[in-house]
Design a protein around this ligand. Sequence first.
Ligand code: ZN
Length: 62
Amino acid sequence: MVAEVADDVIAEPVPCVRCSSGALLTIVGRCADCIADMGLNHPGEREAWRAEVTAAIEGRSG
Ligand SMILES: [Zn+2]
């Protein structure tokens, strides 16, 4: 099998709401760097972000 490249999938960098740098993957607006930084240095901010993640998932499912 050869991996197919879907032409209609466009990966555009999305600006992170926290550090404003473009990231191909963000979770509720935060890039992977910020998620890691929050986990290491900003536990309170991480808790708030996790609550947003939970709310986003619950919002999508129903
Ligand atoms: Zn960021």
